[in-house]
Design a protein around this ligand. Structure first.
Ligand code: SD4
Length: 290
């Protein structure tokens, strides 16, 4: 068994992963650690793909998707929420304080204010300018490259060996109004089974949704596959069904109960952060398309 605690996240979110790792090292639970970790990016105005400062939809609304899952197998999510920055924490509130698992749009936002979250304008001047520039052509190419998709998904194993995860995003830039991706959907953007492991996704959400990628990976691990092989199989399901894969990116990250980590993606350019034994490092991910 690998040495715990461990935190892993999508992309090169160094500070967010360090925050989670340090929280775990100080004895915090996996759930507390991932919420604290991803909050760093939700609050980071420079990052245009998560939380405040995220790129808006075509009509200029910043709408966020997030979910969390705990070691007990409970799940909470918020979909297409406006004006609240820390949507992973809000998803946790849905999980812990309501009889439901998902709240969408205005209902999620109102529940947020009742729960003490503050109303904020999430559209920064920079994101507004970029959107106005985009509107000049309004050209929507669903071609994802590493600049415009940086959802943060995070998985952690705490000192008790328990696994939790969170996923939070502003979704695809200039998406249609009302569009929801894979990130807040159980089994797609994130799935945890504390007896087996956890998995999460980033990239073209529609492709992850159609193949229920994170659930698939956890089930493959349950049947004995390594996290690495399971991530590769989940990518294979996408590329064999959709020959347009040359134009979009999908990446998966998985961890099993023994602390083994796997990650795989379609195109070069994805990497993960891994915190273990007090070391927070960036690890490049192998890719399908060469
Ligand atoms: C989505 N999967 O909304 C998200 C986008 C993403 O990094 O991963 N961005 O489809």
């Amino acid at each position: 068994t690998a040495s715990t605690p461990i935190a892993v996240c999508t992309w090169r979110f160094t500070k967010a992963n360090a925050k989670a790792g340090e929280a775990l090292a100080s004895g915090k639970s996996a759930l507390d650690a991932v919420i604290e970790g991803v909050a760093i990016e939700e609050e980071n105005l420079i990052n245009t793909t998560v939380g405040k400062g995220g790129a808006p939809d075509r009509e200029g609304n910043v709408t966020l998707d997030a979910c969390v899952m705990n070691p007990e197998g409970d799940y909470g999510a918020v979909l297409c929420v406006e004006n609240i920055t820390n949507v992973a924490a809000l998803a946790r509130k849905v999980m812990e304080d309501t009889p439901h698992v998902m709240l969408a749009g205005e209902g999620a936002e109102e529940f947020g204010y009742q729960s003490g979250f503050t109303k904020e304008n999430l559209l920064t001047e920079e994101s507004k300018k970029a959107w106005e520039e985009w509107k000049k052509t309004s050209e929507y190419k669903p071609i994802i490259n590493i600049e415009n998709h940086d959802t943060i998904g995070m998985l952690a194993i705490d000192n008790n060996g328990d696994i939790a995860g969170a996923c939070t995003t502003s979704g695809l830039s200039y998406k249609m109004k009302g569009r929801v991706g894979d990130s807040p959907i159980i089994g797609s953007g994130l799935f945890i089974d504390n007896e087996v492991g956890g998995a999460m996704a980033t990239g073209m959400g529609e492709e992850v949704l159609k193949t229920v990628g994170s659930f698939l990976i956890v089930e493959l691990m349950r049947n004995g596959m390594s996290p690495q092989k399971a991530c590769e199989e989940a990518i294979r399901r996408i590329v064999t069904k959709n020959d347009k894969y040359k134009d979009f990116q999908v990446a998966y990250v998985a961890i099993n109960k023994a602390g083994e980590i796997g990650h795989y993606c379609i195109h070069e350019g994805f990497s993960i952060m891994k915190y273990q034994n007090g070391v927070n490092e960036n690890v490049l991910t192998k890719f399908y398309h060469t």
